[in-house]
Design a protein around this ligand. Structure first.
Ligand code: PLP
Length: 383
């Protein structure tokens, strides 16, 4: 079953329906693994697997063959561990001294990103030698999280002399703008990471996020860390064609329709005015469901769209907390009625397109997906 085949009848609920396609996630992971060649392919499942649900997504990734997971928070790591005994789980957002016991309980690998964190991990490991080896996270350009590359020499010496105090599993860094082809910043980061790699020759290395995997084969190293592309996001800004398969579809029921005259205003604050007699459809979805308020249309600009009966219909006026008004004038008559479904994400309305029309990015659309959707998980064929 493909997602587009489940969108006909609605269950009668006034909730919107989010369909998640596990076969598409597996397909995407395999496509990335194939691109990564001899490097291992992990999966970034932070922010509740980019809003799709850790418990939903991890079993599909395990089935595809993924054995390396990256999360931001300790609480996410514990949820991943509950689903797999043997996979490696890396925690990206640093180590805090009080959290050592949780690292032991769940067998987690800390991503150490500062000298104080290294110090804290060293003293924890001194009394808990059974802890997992650690990853060193270097900051090669983001200036956000990670060790200075200039600390690499001293750390590598400690590592080689056996005075670091703990074993290493990985050295890693993260790109600033891997989605932009030919970036000078990326070239500088690659050079800085190559130096680190030389210092820590015996330790596996990881540099690439989703976009990075498509960038250059000499930066793949030993392990890649895709997130967004697994969930269907477009990893390459330079290309119109997204190589990934769409994973999510979001549909929302029409709960009322009406026709207004030219000159009548729509929504809070009257920011959009009808330029023609307009057939309105009101959908059961709003910013409380993660639809950004930036998708609004005013008299000065058109914002986002939905699809009704396959026709693009503009969102009108402000996005309400629980409701959205759209222009259904040009949609097929038989698709505009109470209970019919409009597509919010799906087909040409990709997560990237939806993000773009709201003045944000597809990542933001995914992680903001609401908590009161009817969630339908489908598992099509792997073909
Ligand atoms: C979020 C994140 C990733 C995944 O990035 P995508 O662009 O979603 O593929 C990889 N590495 C680190 C350190 C991250 O924070």
């Amino acid at each position: 079953m493909v997602a587009s085949q489940v969108s006909q009848a609605h269950t009668g609920s006034n909730s919107s329906r989010l369909t998640i396609d596990l076969a598409a996630i597996r397909h995407n992971w395999r496509l990335l693994a194939n691109k990564a060649g001899s490097a291992s392919t992990g999966a970034v499942v932070k922010a509740n697997a980019y809003g799709l649900g850790i418990e939903t997504v991890i079993p599909a990734l395990l089935k595809a063959g993924c054995r390396h997971f990256f999360v931001a928070h300790l609480s996410e790591a514990a949820r991943v561990r509950a689903l797999t005994t043997d996979a490696e789980i890396f925690v990206l957002n640093g180590f805090l001294p009080d959290t050592g016991p949780a690292y032991l309980t769940h067998r987690l690998i800390p991503g150490l990103g500062s000298l104080p964190e290294i110090e804290d991990w060293r003293s924890f490991v001194a009394s808990h030698p059974e802890a997992q080896p650690a990853a060193l996270h270097f900051d090669t350009g983001l200036n956000r999280l990670g060790l200075a590359p200039s600390d690499g020499v001293a750390l590598a010496r400690a590592h080689h002399e056996g005075t670091l105090g703990f074993p290493l599993r990985l050295i890693m860094s993260h790109f600033v703008e891997a989605e932009i082809e030919g970036s000078a910043t990326t070239a500088r980061q690659c050079a800085a990471f190559r130096n680190l790699r030389t210092l820590f020759k015996d330790i596996p290395a990881s540099l690439c996020n989703s976009s990075g995997i498509f960038l250059r084969t000499d930066s793949l190293y030993d392990l890649v860390r895709p997130g967004y592309a697994l969930y269907g996001g477009h990893p390459l800004w330079s290309s119109d064609v997204n190589p990934m398969r769409a994973v999510v579809r979001l549909e929302s029921p029409i709960i009322q329709t009406r026709t207004i005259e030219t000159g009548k205003a729509v929504g809070y604050g009257s920011f959009w005015t009808a330029k023609r007699p307009t057939r309105l459809a009101t959908l059961s979805l709003g910013y409380a469901d993660g639809l950004p308020r930036g998708s609004e249309s005013t008299d000065a600009k058109i914002g986002g769209h939905v699809l009704i009966g396959g026709v693009k219909c503009a969102m009108l006026g402000r996005v309400s907390m629980d409701l959205l008004i759209v222009d259904a004038t040009d949609a097929p008559e038989d698709a505009v009625h109470r209970g019919a479904l409009a597509t919010i994400i799906g087909d040409e309305l990709t997560i990237d397109a939806v993000g773009d029309s709201a003045g944000t990015i597809g990542y933001d659309i995914l992680v903001s997906l609401g908590s009161r959707f009817e969630r339908l998980v489908i598992d099509g064929s792997d073909a």
